[in-house]
Design a binder for this molecule. Structure first.
Ligand code: PRP
Ligand code: URA
Length: 209
């Protein structure tokens, strides 16, 4: 069974509270999403393997630990997942970035795919799928299925806010995928929006509404 990890760290919760506020503008919203994504990387990458390397400090030769050349891929779901990319790349600059374009049909709430470009060796990489909002879970589940059809195996899902419905959907469809979130909210409303949530993440990031 996959892990569901909720980051209840005070710094993350503080920044998330500002993001939720209707009066927070696009610039600050973008900055906060980048910062929270950076903070989440710390725990999301805890399982990465390290290896001993010989180094020379100014005082002596010693052994130290470094990441063992494990290949990492980050896969934002367009559009809102893009807001999480830069924060993660600052900490893992060698990660390759693949993009999956999905939007949720406002009537049916079903994900519609419109773009996909992945690193050529995605199946060898540890993949982190990024999307701030896990609502019905349809978009994230479709993105993960898409990766699995391309033989990707080591997949993690990193979100900001989830609804219980979305978490359940990922557990049902992909019980091998660990889910990392900053908050699990109360419920979905009749339009499939997370309550209390933060509204439409893509629109708030890019000022499109
Ligand atoms: C939002 C969000 C997720 C999806 C979540 O994207 O960023 O991708 O909805 O909903 P679900 O869990 O019910 O599938 P949206 O479809 O609004 O597209 P956008 O990012 O381009 O605005
Ligand atoms: N997508 C969003 O951006 N927000 C929600 O609350 C649900 C889906």
């Amino acid at each position: 069974m996959a892990k569901i990890l909720i980051f209840d760290h005070p710094l993350i919760q503080h920044k998330l509270a500002i993001m939720r506020d209707i009066n927070t503008g696009a610039k600050e919203f973008r900055e906060l999403l980048e910062e929270i994504s950076m903070l989440m990387v710390f725990e999301v990458t805890r399982g990465l393997p390290t290896e001993d390397v010989e180094i020379q400090t100014p005082l002596c030769a010693t052994k130290a630990k470094m990441l063992s050349g494990h290949k990492i891929g980050i896969i934002p779901i367009l559009r809102a997942g893009l807001g999480m990319v830069e924060g993660i790349l600052k900490l893992i600059p060698t990660a390759r970035v693949g993009h999956i374009g999905l939007y949720r049909d406002p009537e049916t709430l079903q994900p519609v795919e419109y773009y996909c470009k992945l690193p050529v060796d995605s199946e060898e990489r540890e993949l982190f799928v990024l999307d701030p909002m896990l609502a019905t879970g349809g978009s994230a589940s479709a993105a993960i299925s898409f990766l699995k059809r391309r033989n990707c195996k080591n997949i993690h899902l990193v979100c900001l806010i989830a609804a219980p419905e979305g978490i359940k959907r990922i557990q049902q469809d992909h019980d091998d995928v660990d889910v990392y979130i900053a908050a699990c909210d109360d419920h979905l409303n009749e339009h499939g929006y997370i309550v209390p949530g933060l509204g439409d993440a893509g629109d708030r990031l890019y000022g499109t509404k």
